[in-house]
Design a protein around this ligand. Sequence first.
Ligand SMILES: Cc1cc2nc3c(=O)[nH]c(=O)nc-3n(C[C@H](O)[C@H](O)[C@H](O)COP(=O)(O)OP(=O)(O)OC[C@H]3O[C@@H](n4cnc5c(N)ncnc54)[C@H](O)[C@@H]3O)c2cc1C
Length: 213
Amino acid sequence: MATKKYISDGQTSKRVVVCGGGVTGVCTAYFLAKKGIAVTLVEKSAVACVASGKAGAMEAQSLAEELNGVESYGYRPVTTLSLTVKESSKPISGGSDLPAWIDGPVKSPSTIGTTETTAQVHPQLFTRKLLSTATKKYGVEVVIGKLEEVRVELGRVDSVLLEGGRVIDTDAVVLAMGPWSVYLLIQIRYQAILNRLRFSRDEENARVKAEQA
Ligand SMILES: Cc1cc2nc3c(=O)[nH]c(=O)nc-3n(C[C@H](O)[C@H](O)[C@H](O)COP(=O)(O)OP(=O)(O)OC[C@H]3O[C@@H](n4cnc5c(N)ncnc54)[C@H](O)[C@@H]3O)c2cc1C
């Protein structure tokens, strides 16, 4: 197994493996790497290939300037409303701050964002642009592979095992695999229980040996 710690500028830094190339994993990888942490992102098939490629995709303004959002992923400031519209054959008449195209009776309207604070983006382009910036600017490594197991040694995460046998050493793991994360969580809990049982058994054996000596 390769050395556990990664040295940069004379300091020992940590390596984090982020599992899942959706918007959650990519944002996590981006911001960790921006802080100088060595990050490997593991994605089973393709970046933003499931929910993160299909969302309505509202994004806050802060990243758009940094990533040239208007050109690279269709960043478009919008006013964001929350309301319920009932179907009606009669158009509603004026006196409302709502847009003209809302043409049914409205329940509990509220503004949850303005063009100053919210915008719509193309979700897949956004996620992919963020990851390509993270790789080029902050050195995030991308591995296409399926996470099979998170290995825990003495109560600490030690490495991850990918389908096909590749092992990546790490100091921490972020599970950002959407609905698939739960399977790995079960596996980690199960492994922790087994380790505890093994530890208790070894302790008991040592005690018995000491008594017999
Ligand atoms: C039609 C639609 C509209 C939506 N609209 C909005 C909206 O307007 N606003 C909003 O906030 N949210 C919206 N959502 C929800 C939003 O899309 C999700 O909450 C978000 O994309 C989840 O991202 P994620 O990164 O957590 O998971 P995912 O996008 O599901 O990514 C998980 C990734 O993990 C990978 N993976 C799975 N198993 C493994 C494994 N064993 N090893 C390695 N990788 C693995 C998958 O391939 C996938 O790429 C919408 C969702 C849909 C479907």
